[in-house]
Design a binder for this molecule. Structure first.
Ligand code: GDP
Length: 309
């Protein structure tokens, strides 16, 4: 089994390549739920949905989230009622949140609800939320503390970040199968995802971090920072806010406790020695995934780097 840790868009792109070279049944993906939010009376799990929609082939590829060719009539009507509409949800996307919330209200856990949604979408990859418990990523700015989605979507990541908190993170337990999927893996892959709010949130769960340190599988990560910036998203602002450099090397140092191999982009090849000096094996390759060929090639390089062919 190959086990991957994932946030949203960057991870989903990487996984599109991985499923072309590894049978889907042999892949487990542990997904960040710190970005989950209750809105419109519904439970929304943005990263789980991005991964699900992408692997099911229904994602809006241009945006990287939401469902292709979706319409927005429901959101328009909510706006007409004077409800806030800053979190864009299309009509088909609403159906996912309605069904998930229905399942949760019927007593299913988030992992059980996710399993049901995945089955209905025909997915064979095992997608696990990192936890079934409450875990909320909060961004602290000079003036306020707010939910990550409010910072990212409502306020367009415009505020200066002074801290990132994981509410409930100390008490939350990994969802069933998460720890075993790491301990029993042939290889563990940290996808190119936000190192603070996606991978950082997953690793905040002590039992997950412990399992990654203990597993006999080799652990590889793909840098989400390319040429000193994120490919998309606010990773730079979050890293700066926490006093980190925005560099591949700074990401490597966050994963140092458990990482064997770090995969960086050609654009960052001058950092190879510096990262090797941290004690990691470094692979330099093209990591920006535009075409399906790019995704497959990066997945192959990553697997080879941990000795899986
Ligand atoms: P988000 O919630 O959309 O920010 O989702 P993620 O946790 O997946 O974080 C996005 C991260 O993925 C950003 O730091 C991006 O730089 C990274 N990313 C997105 N696309 C690519 C890509 O093609 N190559 C690499 N190396 N990183 C990527």
């Amino acid at each position: 089994m190959i086990t991957a840790l994932a946030g949203g868009v960057g991870a989903a792109r990487f996984l599109q390549g991985l499923v072309k070279i590894v049978p889907e049944e042999e892949i487990t993906v542990i997904v960040n739920t710190g970005d989950d939010i209750d809105l419109y009376g519904l439970h929304i799990s943005p990263d789980l949905d991005i991964v699900m929609y992408t692997l099911a082939g229904i994602v809006d590829e241009e945006k990287g989230w939401g469902i292709r060719d979706d319409t927005f009539h429901c959101l328009d009507m909510l706006g007409r009622y004077g409800h806030e509409t800053w979190f864009n949800i299309g009509d088909k996307d609403f159906a996912t949140h309605i069904y998930r919330t229905h399942l949760l209200r019927n007593g299913l856990s988030l992992s059980e609800a996710t399993k049901t949604l995945c089955q209905k979408l025909g997915l064979k990859v095992k997608i696990l939320p990192m936890t079934d418990d409450k875990f909320e990523t909060t961004i602290v700015t000079p003036d306020a503390a707010m939910h990550f989605q409010e910072y990212l979507v409502k306020r367009q990541a415009k505020d200066k970040v002074v801290n990132v908190l994981f509410e409930g993170g100390k008490e939350a337990k990994p969802a069933p199968e998460v720890v075993d999927s790491i301990l029993n893996a042939k290889a563990v892959i940290i996808c190119p995802s936000n190192p603070i709010v996606s991978i950082g949130a997953i690793l905040f769960l002590n039992d997950i971090k412990k399992a990654i340190k203990e597993t006999e599988a080799r652990v590889a990560a793909v840098s989400p920072i390319v040429g000193g910036s994120p490919v998309k998203g606010p990773a730079d602002k979050l890293m700066q806010g926490l006093g980190l450099d925005v560099s591949a090397c700074a990401v490597a140092s966050l994963y140092l406790d458990f990482l064997d191999v770090f995969i960086i982009d050609q654009a960052d090849r001058t950092q190879k020695k510096q990262i090797e000096n941290l004690g990691l094996h470094v692979v330099v390759t093209d990591t920006v995934m535009k075409s399906l060929e790019d995704k497959i090639r990066l997945a192959k390089v990553t697997l080879e780097s941990v000795g899986v062919r």
